[in-house]
Design a protein around this ligand. Structure first.
Ligand code: MLC
Ligand code: AMP
Length: 459
C-alpha cells in the first residue's frame, strides 16, 4: 500500500532552519507547514488553483498549501506570455492564481506570504484525486492538461526512493524550473516525501551546483553538459552520492566526462509528464552510457515493434500513469492502445538483461530543447499569429548543448529574425522561442500541398 502523498510532511523530526532553501531563502519544515496551512485555509473549496511557478519558496508554499487543501494545482511558467498563460488558466478552469509577487492576471490573484501561519488539521484527500494538472505540448495545437493523481505522485516518488536509496540523510540540489515533473514533482515533493533537505539553486549553473555541497544532484543533459565544460565545478561534485540525469538523452561523451571529472557514473532515468518517471538505473546497479535502466517498482514495459524488429514504440502500464488529458477524451483515448497500455511516442529497445535504451521520438514534431518539451505546431501557430508571417514550419535541429534547438522556417514580409524570436518569446514562453529563423520564398510542399519538413534546407 502506498502511503498518502503528504505522509512525511506532517511527521515531526526535521527541525533544521534550512530544511528547504530556494534561491538562497530558507524555510524550516514547520515554517513551510504553517505557511502552507494558511494558503490551504484561503483556497479550500476552489475547484482548481493556478500557481505562478517562480523558483522561490513562495511557489513551494503555494503548491504544498493546495495539496493540503486537496485543490488541484496548475503550475504556470512565470515567463509565459499572454497566449500561453491565458490558455492554461482558461482551459484548466483555475479560479485563483497564487503568486508571490503582484501580477496582472485574468483571474483573482491570491498573495502567498511566507510569514503567515495556520494549522491545517483536515485529513489527506482521496489518493485518487488530482494533485496536479500539468500542461504539456503535443505535436500540434495548444498544450494539454495532464491530470496527475496523488497516488501516481506518491507511487513514483517511492519507486525513485527505492531505486536511488534516497533517504532523509540526503541533501538534494537542483536549479530546475518548478513547473514540470522534473523540478517540481521530483525536485520538490521528492524531498518532502523522503525527508531529505532541498537546496534549489535558483538557476542550474555549474558554479551554484558546486557550491551547494549536496549528496544528490538533478539535472537535464544541458545542465550536465555545462557542468563538464567547467571542470572545477565538476570536480566539486566528486563527493556527491548520486548525479542524476533525465528529461532528454544524456550524450555518451557527457556521461564519460562526468565520470572522468567526478569519479562517478551518472544515474539516467526516463519519464514523461503523462507517466512520471518510469525507468531508471539504480544506486546499487550498473550504469551504462545511452541506457535508462529498468522499470521502477510496479511499472511494466513492452516494445510495439514490427514483426522481427527489436526497436519500436515504448508502451507502459503501472500506478504512476496519468488520468487523461483534461476535457480531451479523444486525445486521452488516442494515447492508449486497445489493450490499455500507454503509448509514450518514444522509440526504444530492451536488451536481454532488461536495460532500456531510448532511440528517438516517433514524431519529429515533438522537440526537446534544454530538456523542455515543445510542440512544433504550437510554435508554428504563434508565428502565424504575427501579421507579417504567411507560412511557418518549425523543426528541432541537433544542438550540442540543448540537444535540439528550435529552428523556424517562415515565409514573411518585412520582418527580421530578432523580432520574430522576441514575438514568440513574448506570446508563449522564453524557452519556446526559435533560436534561429530562416526566411524562404515558399515552404517545400508535396503534390497534395502538405509542407515537407524533410525537404527544408539545413538550419
Ligand atoms: C533570451 N532571454 C529572453 C529572450 N532571449 N527573454 C525574453 N525574450 C527573449 N527573446 C533570456 C531569458 O529570459 C533568460 O534570462 C536567459 O535569456 C536565458 O534563457 P535561455 O537561453 O532560454 O536559457 P538557457 O541557458 O538556454 O537554458 C538552459 C537550461 C534550461 C538548461 C537552464 O533549458 C532549463 O532550465 N531546462 C530545464 C527544463 C526542464 O526542467 N525540463 C523538464 C521537463 S519534465 P534569465 O536572466 O532569466 O536567465 C520531463 C520529465 C522528465 O521532461 O523525464 O524529467
Ligand atoms: P516531458 O513530457 O516534458 O516530461 O517530456 C517527456 C519526454 O522526454 C519523453 O517522451 C522522452 O522523449 C524525453 N525523455 C525524458 N527522459 C529521457 C531520457 N532519459 N532519455 C531520453 N529521452 C528522455
Amino acid at each position: 500500500m502506498t502511503a498518502p502523498l503528504l505522509t512525511s510532511l506532517a511527521a515531526p523530526g526535521d527541525d533544521r532552519p534550512d530544511a528547504l532553501s530556494v534561491g538562497g531563502r530558507a524555510l524550516a519544515r514547520e515554517e513551510l507547514l504553517g505557511a502552507a496551512g494558511a494558503v490551504a485555509a484561503r483556497i479550500a473549496g476552489a475547484p482548481v488553483v493556478a500557481v505562478r511557478a517562480t523558483a522561490t519558496p513562495e511557489t513551494v508554499v503555494a503548491v504544498v498549501g493546495a495539496l493540503l487543501a486537496g485543490v488541484p494545482v496548475v503550475p504556470v511558467p512565470p515567463d509565459s506570455g499572454p497566449a500561453e498563460r491565458d490558455h492554461i488558466l482558461r482551459d484548466s478552469g483555475a479560479t485563483l492564481l497564487l503568486t508571490g509577487e503582484a501580477v496582472d492576471a485574468p483571474v483573482e490573484t491570491v498573495p502567498v506570504d511566507l510569514t503567515e501561519r495556520a494549522a491545517w488539521t483536515k485529513p489527506e484527500p482521496d489518493p485518487e484525486s488530482t494533485a496536479f494538472i500539468l500542461y504539456t505540448s503535443g505535436t500540434t495545437g495548444a498544450p494539454k492538461g495532464a491530470l496527475i493523481s496523488r497516488r501516481a505522485v506518491a507511487a513514483d516518488l517511492d519507486g525513485l526512493a527505492a531505486a536511488w536509496a534516497w533517504t532523509a540523510e540526503d541533501t538534494l540540489v537542483h536549479g530546475l524550473p518548478l513547473f514540470h515533473v522534473h523540478g517540481l514533482v521530483l525536485g520538490v515533493l521528492g524531498p518532502l516525501r523522503t525527508g531529505s533537505r532541498l537546496v534549489h539553486t535558483g538557476k542550474p549553473t555549474p558554479a551554484a551546483y558546486a557550491a551547494a555541497g549536496g549528496s544528490l544532484y538533478f539535472g537535464v543533459p544541458t545542465v550536465w553538459n555545462r557542468v563538464v565544460q567547467d571542470p572545477d565545478s565538476a570536480r566539486a561534485l566528486a563527493s556527491a552520492r548520486l548525479l542524476v540525469s533525465g528529461s532528454a538523452p544524456l550524450p555518451a561523451p557527457v556521461f564519460r566526462e562526468l565520470e572522468r571529472l567526478t569519479g562517478q557514473r551518472p544515474i539516467e532515468r526516463y519519464g514523461m509528464t503523462e507517466s512520471l518517471i518510469t525507468l531508471s538505473t539504480r544506486a546499487d546497479g550498473e550504469r551504462r552510457p545511452g541506457y535508462v535502466g529498468s522499470p521502477l517498482s510496479g511499472i511494466r514495459t513492452r516494445i510495439a515493434a514490427e514483426e522481427g524488429a527489436e526497436i519500436g514504440e515504448l508502451q507502459l502500464t503501472g500506478p504512476t500513469l496519468f488520468d487523461g488529458y483534461l476535457n480531451r477524451p479523444e486525445a486521452t483515448a488516442g494515447s492508449y492502445t486497445g489493450d490499455g497500455w500507454f503509448r509514450t511516442g518514444d522509440i526504444a529497445a530492451i536488451d536481454p538483461d532488461g536495460f532500456h535504451r531510448i532511440v528517438g521520438r516517433a514524431s519529429t514534431d515533438m522537440i526537446k530543447s534544454g530538456g523542455y518539451r515543445i510542440g512544433a505546431g504550437e510554435v508554428e501557430n504563434a508565428l502565424l499569429d504575427h501579421p507579417a508571417v504567411r507560412e511557418a514550419a518549425v523543426v528541432g535541429a541537433p544542438h550540442e548543448d540543448l540537444g535540439q534547438e528550435i529552428v523556424a522556417y517562415v515565409v514573411a514580409d518585412g520582418i527580421g529574425e530578432r523580432d520574430l524570436i522576441d514575438f514568440v518569446a513574448a506570446q508563449l514562453s522564453v524557452h519556446k522561442r526559435p533560436r534561429k529563423v530562416r526566411f524562404l520564398e515558399a515552404l517545400p510542399r508535396n503534390a497534395m500541398g502538405k509542407p515537407q519538413k524533410k525537404l527544408l534546407p539545413p538550419a
